[in-house]
Write a protein that binds this ligand. Sequence first.
Ligand code: IMP
Length: 427
Amino acid sequence: MPGIAIVGVQWGDEGKGKATDLLASRTDYVVKFNGGNNAGHTVVIGDEKYALHLLPSGILTPGVIPVIGNGVVVDLEVLFEELTALQSRGVDTSKLRISANAHIITNYHRTLDKVTERFLGKRSIGTTGRGIGPAYADKVNRLGIRVQDLFDESILRQKIEGALEAKNHMLTKVYNRRAITCDEIFDDLQQYVDQLRPMVGDTSLELHDALEEGKNVVFEAGQAMMLDIDYGTYPFVTSSTTTSAGAAAGSGIAPSKIDRVVGIVKAYTTRVGSGPFPTELHDEWGDLLRSNGFEFGTTTGRPRRTGWNDTVITRYASRVNGLTDIVLTKLDVLTGIERIPVCVAYDVDGERFDEMPLSQSDYHHAKPIYEELPGWSEDITGAREFADLPVNAQAYVRFLEEYSGSRISAIGVGAARDAIIQVHDLI
Ligand code: IMP
């Protein structure tokens, strides 16, 4: 069963890096198929903490071939910064493969991301400001620059000029900013060409061949279900497909090659940026989850919004992604809370919704309907078997499983790499 997609179920930051890393020792390839350096994985190995934004977390496992697929938007400055930082800590990065069809984030994308957010004022999305949305907009507008364009100077110049034409009008006339020249973008991109060349290839074919040979390929989603461009809380979403369907489109393999879909669910919920969040807490419980769970953005350092677990979201994600397994993360953060509310449905203006409301206006009014479960006070960070958990923690996990529509196959109980209970094998 070699093709495994790993997807976030809530609004990101569920701990996908840890799950991918857990599988990585039995994995031949780890593929990033969407997003860019808006992601943030924190992986703790021994005393070392690694924060990755663009590179797939599998890059930390010797023997694994990390792949940046065609669905990704690549900021070359960030790519080489991350590679250099890892190399200086002795990590072998020489196996990295990058799709020739991946799109490039340039300086004008970063600039546009920031100025448009400012322009939106209180309607702003709260983006990471990394140029992700504008780069995907250019891709869909057929004005994007792809990795392969860097290897043909004349094409590259033509494409930059084409992309800048309308943007410079916008920048100077609407946003009151200076125009960007073709030369500055060209020179900026050119400096990476020689280093980049050996990493670039037909990753669709390479992954196809690997899967045909029975190799294990993990497709690692950036962001999560509720930030998906189609299924998330639009417009407060990212600009790519974060769900399992994106694993195929964003890496050039057939959907039928994906055998398992693993959803990562945090024991509670967090969100960064704007947009609706029915179980959000604005009281001391929210502060407690933020401080105990270290809920500050890996990429931006922003404090995350926090709330109780929402099983309506997990059921929705189970259905749309076709989840075969769930990895529940950060259960230890709930230790010490006497009664733990779990959202089982929504009340929208007096009507009960067991599934995600269809309209965005309804979702903005959704109030959580909670069931309260008894908590536990014992330290669970040393638990390695399900039976090691206090009975109330076991009941909490079982309750989430019952309401989530998929089996829970692993449970994260602490920050350390091995702080995980495996209930079912993921490969
Ligand atoms: P963008 O992806 O920078 O365009 O931001 C769009 C929305 O997605 C904003 O609300 C961001 O905070 C959110 N977002 C993007 N990447 C992540 C992530 O890795 N974790 C959590 N939220 C994210």
